[in-house]
Design a protein around this ligand. Structure first.
Ligand code: MG
Length: 389
C-alpha cells in the first residue's frame, strides 16, 4: 500500500491508512471509508462489543443503572482520545477503532475476574486481558466467510495489544516484536492508553462518590482534585450535590486533556519524527503527560486503590465474583460435557490438537466472553441443584 499518497491533513508521524502494514488476510480496499474506519465499524458490529454493556468496570452490573460499564467506559475513552487526536493531527479513525476495541477481551467482573481467570490458567500460560482483546479480534469473533476474527489492520491490532509478556510476545510474530525489542507503538496507540487512564480515574471518582464509598472531603487531600474543587467553589459558592461533583470532574478531565495535548505537541516538536516508524523507534513515548501531572495522576490512582478498589464493599463483591469464575473453570475442566454444544465442540477440537492446554484455553475463552449476568446465571445452573439447567 506504500505507493498511495499520504493524507495531507495528518501529521507526518501519524498513522496514514495508505501506509498501513495491512491485514493478515488480503481484502479489497473499502470504497467509502478509510481502512481504519472499516476497522472501527467491524469492532462496533462485533458480538464482543455488544457484551461490553453488561460487563463490570468497578461496580458489578446489577448494582445500579448509573454506574459505568465496559461499554460506557469505552465510549468515554474514545471521546477523550478523539479530541486529543484531532488537536494533534494524528489519525482520529484509528484512535477510535483502538479505543472502542481496547477492552473487548475483558472477563466478567472487571479486574477480579481477570485475576481469577489468570490464576486458574497458570499451568497453561496464564490469562492476559490485553492479549485476550487481540484474540477476540484475531480469532474468536466468527462473522466472515473467509477468515476467523475481524481481520483488522496491523495498526489497530498494535494499539489493542497494550501490554504483553515477553513469553506470549514470542508467539505473535511482527506484532510481538516491540515487547521483545522494547519499542514504542504508534502515537494513536499511545494516546488510547493515556485516554483510558484519564477516563477511568475520573469516572471512578464519579462512580465512587455516587455509590457513597468515597467523599469529597477525603478526595480534597489530592492536589489534583482540590485545585478543581476550589476553582468551582470560587465561581459557584453554593453549588452542591451532583452538579458540584460534575463541575469538578469535568474540570479535571479538561485539565488532563489540555496537559496531554500541550506536552505531546512539545515532544513532537522536539523529537520531530519523520514518520510512524520513527515514533516507534523513539526512546520514550511521544504522547505524554507533563511530569507534574503524571505525579498528581499517580497520587490519584493510589488514592482510588486504597479508598475505592480496596473498600470492603467492593472487595466483598469482587471476592464473590472471583469465586464464580473459579467454580466455572474447575467444573468445565473436570467435565467438558457441561459446556453448551458450541463451546464443547470447540473445546473438544482444541483438546484433540493441543491436549489439556487446548481445552483450558477454550474454557478460558468461553468464560472470558461471558457478561456478569451470564456468569452468575451459569454458576447457578451448574452448582445450584434447584436452578434450571
Ligand atoms: Mg479500559
Amino acid at each position: 500500500m506504500r505507493d498511495q499518497p499520504a493524507d495531507a491533513r495528518l501529521a507526518a508521524w501519524a498513522a496514514h491508512p495508505a501506509h498501513s502494514r495491512g491485514r493478515r488476510h488480503a481484502e479489497a480496499p473499502p470504497q467509502h471509508r478509510s481502512e481504519f474506519q472499516r476497522d472501527r465499524d467491524r469492532v462496533i458490529h462485533a458480538a464482543a462489543f455488544r457484551r461490553l454493556e453488561y460487563k463490570t468496570q468497578v461496580f458489578v452490573n446489577h448494582e445500579g443503572d448509573l454506574f459505568r460499564t465496559r461499554l460506557t467506559h469505552s465510549l468515554e475513552v474514545s471521546q477523550i482520545a478523539r479530541t486529543v487526536a484531532r488537536a494533534l493531527c494524528i489519525n482520529e479513525d484509528l484512535t477510535e477503532a483502538i479505543t472502542l476495541a481496547h477492552d473487548l477481551g475483558h472477563t466478567p467482573f472487571g479486574h477480579a475476574g481477570q485475576d481469577a481467570l489468570n490464576h486458574c490458567m497458570q499451568p497453561w500460560g496464564g490469562f492476559e486481558h490485553n492479549l485476550q482483546s487481540l484474540r477476540v479480534v484475531d480469532e474468536l469473533e466468527q462473522k466472515y466467510a473467509a477468515f476467523d476474527g475481524l481481520n483488522l489492520t496491523y495498526e489497530t491490532r498494535e494499539g489493542i495489544l497494550k501490554h504483553c509478556s515477553r513469553n506470549n510476545a514470542r508467539n505473535l510474530g511482527e506484532l510481538g516484536q516491540r515487547f521483545i525489542e522494547g519499542l514504542q507503538p504508534g502515537a494513536e496507540a499511545q494516546l488510547a492508553n493515556l485516554a483510558d487512564e484519564i477516563a477511568y480515574n475520573n469516572h471512578d471518582i464519579d462512580d465512587g462518590l455516587r455509590a457513597g464509598l468515597i467523599t469529597i472531603e477525603a478526595l480534597r487531600e489530592l492536589a489534583l482534585f482540590n485545585d478543581h474543587y476550589e476553582r468551582v467553589r470560587r465561581r459557584h459558592a453554593d453549588l452542591e450535590g451532583r452538579r458540584l461533583i460534575n463541575e469538578i470532574v469535568r474540570g479535571m478531565i479538561g485539565g488532563m486533556v489540555a496537559d496531554l495535548i500541550a506536552t505531546s505537541e512539545a515532544r513532537a516538536a522536539q523529537l520531530d519524527p519523520r514518520d510512524i516508524d520513527a515514533v516507534r523507534r523513539a526512546d520514550a513515548p511521544i504522547i505524554a503527560f507533563s511530569e507534574g501531572l503524571a505525579r498528581r495522576n499517580r497520587e490519584l490512582k493510589q488514592f482510588l486503590y486504597r479508598h475505592l478498589y480496596r473498600h470492603y464493599r467492593v472487595h466483598r463483591m469482587t471476592t464473590k465474583a472471583a469465586e464464580v469464575i473459579r467454580r466455572l473453570f474447575e467444573s468445565f475442566m473436570r467435565d467438558p460435557l457441561l459446556l453448551p454444544p458450541q463451546a464443547f465442540s470447540r473445546a473438544q477440537a482444541q483438546k484433540d490438537t493441543r491436549g489439556e492446554a487446548g481445552l483450558a484455553r477454550a474454557v478460558a475463552d468461553y468464560i472470558a466472553g461471558m457478561t456478569d449476568r451470564y456468569a452468575i446465571e451459569e454458576d447457578e445452573r451448574l452448582h445450584d441443584p434447584r436452578a434450571r439447567t
